[in-house]
Design a protein. Structure first.
Length: 573
């Protein structure tokens, strides 16, 4: 059944591409034909061109070229608009067909009949036959808003044009403008319904004409772009879906980043029909960013990914899975996703760390320094007092003032009272008992693996406070029965080990790792985690669309994690 479905989908997509190519070709030929007419009219001085026909053909040709790409994307609105365009175009061609025989050769007439009548009729038939394929939605609700803004732009343009023409003296265009004539000239800037073309005779007249054209084109462009925008994801209350996600996460195989599928509360959930598997996603810049891999019943992941991909296609969203595990690579490859390694995750084996790593000279010196200076650590479990929360906020605020520090989101947590109140907190106190640093432990769905989110410290605390906190966090985790501790994701690590993926993207990412420390200390983060001797596992982004698809995904992730989207969040109150 699935192979038959794939076959039908392939045939449908092929037919849609053929129609789109035909529309593109038709649009190009229409414009070329106009150019040929202009050349012929120049050579044969007796030729009289119908200005309305010429200008309308240019507009229609450009429109078809623009809409051919939207038809390829199977946009519903594009299908409707192109049908209307061809209906108008064929109507014009049928009424004007006889007038061409006076000045154009027999061969040229044959070409024009093919391009202006036969090909459009074939395309029109193809569009009608394939009407069920054009199912991709556009954001009509945003379009309504865009129309209102467009009307305002056109009203401003209209009054700008009328007032401008009225203020022009006779030297500017060699004629005076009444209110009616100024309104007519503003509306008909292409001179389709006026016998004489305006000729600017002064610099200010040329500037006025140019500015009027720019404003008009901007208004039309704004509406056209808005008409075909991907459907915007309207965030709705996800409380019930989040609870179902937690239930499925608890029954699954577990991953260190599963917590970020339920926090921050900026994600929407998609489940299969039987509610046995799901995924968490956020739409940003037309890209549906899935947080990690699906969760729930592994046997249902394949159909879940297929259904979600189709759901995104209908909404005109690109689908990308962020920070996926190597274990699920075959799943994404089978559904035609491209896999790009983007880094590795570090996980500490607690027994190995206690028996070998923590005993080395570096960690002994760190521990001795803090103990000699009277520093102590303590685990604070919820509920936390208001005084404790204020102290943690003070530490967090100081940390954020350090160079290169900022709050993030999507796949990373950020400080908020409601969030931190639910976490176990390992705090570092100085000799006076004042909290100088903290780590917040987050919920782990990998039952043998402890995980944390933030490590934050004040500017005045001793150096290496993060190491001392981590040493003690690992000790506390072992007491709670955890065998492993996740140190989290390390971006761009291990790309040099990839042997079967030497592409442009891989090379660019390796270059960023080697030369990007001015923007973000990739190598510094790796060195910090590597001294704990963790086990490293690959992390990927699964995406479609080649280099442009990966670029769109990277831009969408960057937008989703931007600090300014976090600071205004109500959970920070």
């Amino acid at each position: 059944m699935q192979s038959e479905h794939r076959k039908n989908t392939f045939v449908e997509e092929l037919f849609v591409k053929i129609v789109a190519i035909a529309v593109l070709t038709n649009g190009i030929f229409i414009i070329l034909a106009v150019l040929i007419q202009l050349v012929v009219s120049h050579v044969m001085h007796t030729v009289r061109l119908d200005r309305f026909v010429v200008d309308s053909q240019i507009i229609i040709g450009i429109t078809l070229i623009y809409f051919s790409n939207l038809l390829k994307r199977q946009k519903q609105t594009a299908w409707i608009v192109v049908l209307l365009v061809y209906a108008v175009y064929l109507g014009i061609n049928f009424t004007k067909l006889d007038t061409r025989t006076d000045y154009i050769t027999h061969h040229f007439i044959s070409i024009r009949v093919l391009n202006d009548l036969i090909l459009p009729i074939i395309i029109l038939i193809g569009l009608i036959i394939a009407r069920s394929a054009y199912t991709v939605k556009s954001d009509i609700r945003s379009f309504g808003s865009s129309i209102r803004i467009g009307v305002i732009i056109f009203l401003v343009t209209f009054f700008y044009g009328v007032i401008g023409f009225r203020l022009m003296d006779e030297s500017s265009f060699h004629q005076d403008f009444s209110v009616a004539n100024a309104a007519h000239r503003t509306i008909d800037q292409l001179n389709l319904t006026t016998p004489n073309k305006l000729v600017p005779h002064t610099r200010r007249a040329r500037l006025f004409e140019d500015s009027l054209s720019i404003i008009s084109i901007a208004g039309i462009t704004y509406i056209l772009i808005s008409l075909f925008q991907p459907l915007k994801a309207r965030y709705e209350d996800q409380t019930a879906n989040r609870q179902l996600a937690i239930k499925l996460l608890e029954s699954g195989i577990g991953d260190s980043e599963d917590f970020f599928k339920i926090w921050p509360h900026d994600k929407t959930y998609f489940f299969n029909e039987s509610k046995t598997a799901g995924l968490a996603y956020r739409v940003q810049r037309g890209v549906a960013l899935v947080a990690g891999d699906p969760f729930g019943a592994v046997a249902d992941f394949k159909n879940l990914v297929i259904d979600f991909s189709e759901f995104c296609r209908l909404n005109d969203w690109q689908t990308s899975f962020i920070h996926t595990m190597a274990h699920f690579n075959p799943l994404y490859r089978n559904e035609d996703y491209t896999l790009q390694k983007v880094g590795e995750e570090a996980v500490i084996n607690v027994d190995h760390f206690e028996k070998a790593v923590v005993r080395n000279k570096y960690f002994r010196n760190v521990a001795n320094k803090f103990e000699k200076n009277g520093y102590t650590t303590e685990v604070l479990k919820p509920p936390h007092s208001k005084e404790t929360l204020k102290d943690l906020k003070r530490v967090s605020d100081e940390w954020l003032k350090l160079p290169g520090r900022s709050e993030r989101g999507f796949m990373i947590g950020y400080f908020s009272y409601s969030y931190i109140s639910t976490c176990n907190i390992v705090v570092l106190r100085d000799e006076n008992g004042v909290i100088q640093a903290f780590i917040n432990q987050i919920r782990s769905f990998a039952h043998e693996e402890a995980n944390y989110d933030m490590i934050r410290h004040t500017k005045s605390t001793l150096g290496n406070s993060s190491d001392y906190l981590l040493i003690n966090f690992i000790k506390f985790a072992k007491k709670d029965g955890y065998n492993k501790v996740s140190l989290g994701f390390c971006p761009l690590v291990g790309l040099s080990k990839v042997n079967d993926n030497k592409n442009i993207i891989d090379g660019t990412l390796r270059f960023l790792y080697s030369n990007g420390d001015r923007l973000y200390s990739f190598s510094g983060l790796y060195r910090f985690k590597q001294k704990y001797e963790p086990e490293w596992s690959d992390r990927y982004i699964a995406y479609k669309g080649g280099i442009s698809g990966f670029t769109r995904t990277a831009n969408a992730v960057n937008k989703a994690m931007r600090p300014h989207r976090i600071h205004g969040h109500k959970d920070n109150d």
